[in-house]
Design a protein around this ligand. Structure first.
Ligand code: UN1
Length: 526
């Protein structure tokens, strides 16, 4: 008899050694079932809890295989977007006036909905993004935990209300955090459920209403996750869905009635949003997470096996398409050969292919543009350095129906080569040798970004140097499950320093929700 899905073990990105046989058995039956349920039918946008199909329909296919049609979605017209903002404003007075406990109750209902539909959403994510099974299920588990964490933070902070000191015995002051109004939420393709739900939940639990635009590559998961919010009986209009690309995104950011933007995506787009919001008559919140160029340091005292595992998983998990991916490794001269041998062995053993299959670690990259970026990077390595492994696109059979590239490790590039400095969002790792850790860390810091960083060391002095000097919001030491990846709600926080973030507070942590609020002081004579 198949196991009850509610009793299956949880997948968390980092519990890699657990036995997931039962999870795989469940997915074996669910994947074909879910694929059979997909249709080319158009899914209209969701405005005030109703369908809105005004705009241009577009068809989306899976990056695994262009013959798998995920559905058709509607690029919202300017009028439809305007209606969505209007619907959110209409819902705002009632939603923001609810006690925080009532909002938390609604969102706990949303979390239960995600729990109930966990594996269906995982499969949607697998097919839409090309994630491996473990990455896909891990993402939905992360989603459930982050909703509950943000609700728990609301409770732990008494809805963000605090009594202040009294100047006189009859004068009472309370400081409260209150919502801004309507947030535009713009999310990327790579964690289409977790990152969308994180931003939507942060906005909603704080009392804001939302107009949500998923990535144009993630309309299917975008629709399914909105169904989970709608099922929790939020007032119609509290959260609205508009699909589309840059045009809809720009219209949302530029809409005069928007009160804040939450964005996760590239540095270039994030900064464009930031500058465009700064041109308004007064400052509005921009909560942005904007990518990374995340270094790992493998010191002479490192445990080579652990380091090779962590670096490989962090560079190539989800095909390197995480803002947390470790795309550059600094290796100490004294252990260079041993470490590279271990890393190459693991990398050459990676199974690439259709991630519906449980043995596959790497699926396709997201689209033709990513594959072309890979080609440009590979050509540049051939000219100015060399590959230890990889460097080729894959072809033949399934590989011709999607965008499949090899996990690639480049060495011998010039010190300031662009592949050492710029985020690629590809399974592409560059290697630098070092002898002086302090200088290596300074070099790792000398990029635009500051999201995550990792170290492998058994010496406390090296560890302390790293913790003190690394300029990034998320630091990890000696992790086999990922050198720079795998942050989890309530466990790590995910704060982008420098070009990786705009607000200097992180997702998944205790200071996330207050970013969606503004302070008000209430002094009342008793
Ligand atoms: C991202 O990397 O794009 O820490 C978002 C991690 C995950 C993903 C974060 N929580 O690797």
């Amino acid at each position: 008899m198949p196991a009850n899905p509610a009793t299956l073990p949880r997948v968390t990105y980092s519990n890699i050694a657990e036995d997931f046989t039962a999870v795989h058995a469940h997915l074996d039956s669910l994947i074909p079932q879910f694929k059979a349920s997909l249709s080319a039918q158009t899914r209209a946008n969701r405005i005030a809890g109703r369908q809105d199909s005004e705009g241009t329909a577009y068809r989306a296919v899976s990056p695994i295989d262009r013959d798998i049609v995920l559905g058709s979605f509607v690029e919202a017209s300017a009028a439809a977007l305007h209606r969505a903002v209007g619907a959110a404003h209409a819902a705002y007075p009632a939603w923001s006036a609810l006690d925080w406990q009532a909002r938390v109750e609604h969102l706990e209902h949303v979390a239960r909905e995600f729990e109930r539909r966990k594996y269906e959403l995982s499969v949607a994510c697998l097919l839409e993004v090309g994630k491996s099974r473990m990455e896909a299920v891990g993402e939905i588990e992360e989603t459930i935990d982050l909703i509950r964490y943000y609700c728990a933070e609301m409770a732990a902070n008494n809805g963000y209300a605090r009594d202040m000191k009294r100047a006189f015995s009859r004068e009472r002051t309370q400081v409260v955090l209150r919502a801004h109004g309507v947030f535009g939420v713009i999310s990327p393709f790579n964690f289409p459920v977790a990152l969308s739900v994180a931003m939507i939940t942060g906005a909603l639990v704080a009392g804001n209403c939302v107009v949500y635009k998923p990535s144009p590559m993630a309309g299917l998961t975008g629709h399914l996750l909105i169904e989970c919010f709608e099922a929790a009986g939020l007032p119609p209009g509290a959260v609205n869905l508009v699909c589309g690309g840059a045009t809809v995104g720009e219209a949302l950011v530029g809409h005069p009635a928007i009160n804040g933007i939450a964005f996760t995506g590239s540095h270039a787009v994030g900064m464009r949003i930031f500058r465009s919001m700064a041109a308004r008559p007064f400052a509005l919140p921009v909560i942005a997470e904007m990518g990374g160029k995340n270094p790992t340091y493998v010191t002479r005292s490192a445990d080579i096996t652990t380091a090779a595992s962590g670096v490989m998983r962090s560079a190539f998990g989800l095909q390197g398409q995480k803002c947390s991916s470790g795309s550059k490794v600094y290796v100490h001269d004294a252990i260079y050969d041993d470490f590279m041998q271990a890393l190459l062995k693991l990398t050459r053993a990676i199974r690439i292919g259709n991630p519906e299959d449980q043995a596959i670690f790497m699926g396709p990259v997201i689209n033709a543009a990513a594959a072309e970026r890979f080609d440009r990077a590979a050509a540049s390595v051939r000219q100015q350095g060399r590959f230890e492994t990889g460097g080729q696109r894959l072809s033949g059979e399934l590989f011709d129906k999607g965008y499949y590239v090899e996990p690639s490790i480049a060495v011998g590039l010039p010190e300031d080569h662009y592949l050492h400095r710029e985020e690629q969002f590809l399974p592409f790792l560059t290697v630098k040798r070092f002898t002086d850790l302090q200088r290596a860390i300074a070099d790792g810091n000398s990029v635009l970004y500051g999201l995550t960083a990792g170290i492998y060391t058994r010496e406390d002095e090296e560890l302390q140097l790293f913790l003190k000097r690394a300029e990034a919001g998320v630091l990890y030491a000696n992790r086999a499950s990922g050198a720079t990846t795998g942050a989890w709600p309530g466990i790590q926080t995910f704060c982008g320093w420098k070009g990786s973030g705009a607000s200097h507070k992180g997702g998944l942590g205790p200071w996330y929700v207050p970013q969606f609020m503004r302070e008000q002081s209430h002094t009342v004579m008793e």
